[in-house]
Design a protein around this ligand. Structure first.
Ligand SMILES: Cc1ncc(COP(=O)(O)O)c(C=O)c1O
Length: 438
């Protein structure tokens, strides 16, 4: 029997019982279940870094507004598909105040989590040109988006941006766009899983090429304002959350309330469509919709078909939370800065014990500390490393499932790790290094 921080026999038994051929290849939910079982039997707490869920309480202003709305009876009433007017206005103001982008409230649509914005955009935008095939993903990325395009039967293209930062991005991106097959480009910024953030140079390249090839950029801002190297929290004052919208009119934003407002459970997000795109006429849409107008097809075709709008009470919550940050009564990033603080300490613990950060730079500048980071250990693939770390009480996911070509890499999410666990983390990493001399 090996001397590992978590009882070797018990861990081995649970891995065997799980029927997983390799822990390192398992999905996030499979890993979660396995660790739950091991924790239950051993009574030991893992350093749980597999799931990207908020580790903070929900924004209270939202909770109160939602309760109030429910008491007033909104639960009985169908909300308009395109959202309640006061929310649309607050979203438009938010985009102006925190991104410095003008958008008409009509293009600001609440969605069932920003995930619904994703599938709605794939369904509508990717059908604007019948000769095109689908989305180009600038990876690494959030695996569920690819699941969305797969379930609706669309094709997609993807590349790992690791070797194409800065000016190098231009030729790489253009090589895909030149094929004439790309309908849209999707990336998240800050990026899940790597926490890289595109620089202005890169956003400019993406924007210019989107205009040149008439392709729509789907900009996923799930971690809005959370590049803590800058303070994006002052309404109406620079610096603003960086965006491709500075360089093209062909854009859709997905803005999540899950992380920044810790409001994941109510499944409310925002899809924001540029004025130009909203008013675009795309005759090929007529194959699926009554109208060839993009905004009309999106709302009365796609959103109607998907869920006929978004939870009425949650729209009141989001209105109240946005209003508070728009008016400067609450600070949008202050409550979530803790993620960055924890990441800074955790990254030090990893690198101080022989581990390396995989995606480590934004064009020469060290990446920000935030919700996620990526790591590796010399001589290990990500899969092998995960298989081994599980005996050391550390759980995470392999980068292989995110479209990353860095097969040595693992994604760590800091949100659920408590500061009180840092001594355990340090002990386990030290022990790992001692047991695996390079
Ligand atoms: C990159 C990215 N996009 C979208 C989402 C989903 O956001 P929502 O909860 O608003 O649907 C997440 C959640 O983890 C994410 O990481």
């Amino acid at each position: 029997m090996k001397d590992t921080p978590i009882n070797f026999e018990i861990v081995s038994k649970h891995i065997k019982e799980s029927g997983l051929p390799s822990v390192g290849k398992a999905s996030i939910r499979e890993i979660k279940k396995l660790i739950d079982n091991i924790e239950a039997e051993t009574g030991e707490k893992y350093i749980r870094m597999e799931m990207g869920i908020p580790g903070l309480p929900p924004t209270q202003i939202g909770v109160e507004a939602e309760i109030e709305a429910l008491k007033k009876g909104v639960a009985a009433i169908y909300p308009d598909i395109y959202g309640i007017p006061q929310l649309k206005t607050e979203i438009s103001k938010f985009v102006k105040l925190f991104m410095d982008i003008d958008v008409d409230p009509q293009g600001c649509i609440p969605t069932v989590g920003s995930m619904q914005g994703g599938i709605a955009a794939f369904l509508t935008i990717n059908r604007m040109h019948k000769e095109r095939e689908g989305t180009l993903f600038i990876d690494p990325g959030f695996p569920v988006h690819k699941q969305q395009v797969r379930v609706i039967g669309q094709d997609y293209m993807t590349f790992d941006v690791y070797n194409y930062r800065g000016e190098k991005l231009r030729d790489k991106l253009e090589s895909y766009l030149k094929t004439g097959k790309v309908s849209s480009i999707l990336y998240s910024n800050p990026n899940n899983p790597s926490w890289i953030c595109f620089t202005e140079t890169e956003l400019k390249i993406i924007g210019e090429l989107a205009t040149k090839y008439d392709v729509i950029v789907l900009e996923d801002l799930a971690y809005f304002g959370m590049d803590f190297r800058k303070d994006y929290s002052q309404p109406g004052k620079p610096p603003y959350q960086p965006t491709v919208a500075k360089y093209t009119d062909n854009w859709v934003f997905f803005i999540s309330s899950s992380k920044v407002f810790s409001y994941a459970g109510q499944r409310i997000g925002m899809m924001v469509i540029s004025d130009k795109l909203f008013n675009t006429d795309a005759p090929d849409l007529k194959r699926y919709y009554n109208s060839s107008n993009v905004g009309y097809a999106m709302i009365f075709g796609t959103m109607y078909a998907l869920s006929s709008g978004t939870s009425h009470s949650a729209q009141y919550a989001l209105t109240a939370m946005l209003k508070a940050v728009n008016e400067g009564r609450s600070n949008i990033t202050e409550p979530v800065k803790e993620y960055g603080e924890k990441a800074k300490i955790m990254k030090k613990l990893f690198t101080g014990n022989g581990f390396e950060i995989v995606y480590d730079k934004d064009e020469g500048e060290p990446i920000a500390d935030g919700f996620y980071f990526t790591f590796s250990y010399p001589g290990f693939t990500g899969e092998k490393l995960l298989n081994e770390l599980i005996y050391y009480g550390i759980s995470a996911i392999s980068l292989a499932i995110t479209g990353s070509e860095r097969l040595e890499g693992i994604r760590a999410c800091v949100s659920l790790v408590q500061r009180a666990q840092f001594p355990d983390l340090e002990y386990r990493l030290k022990k790992f290094q001692k047991d695996h001399r390079v």
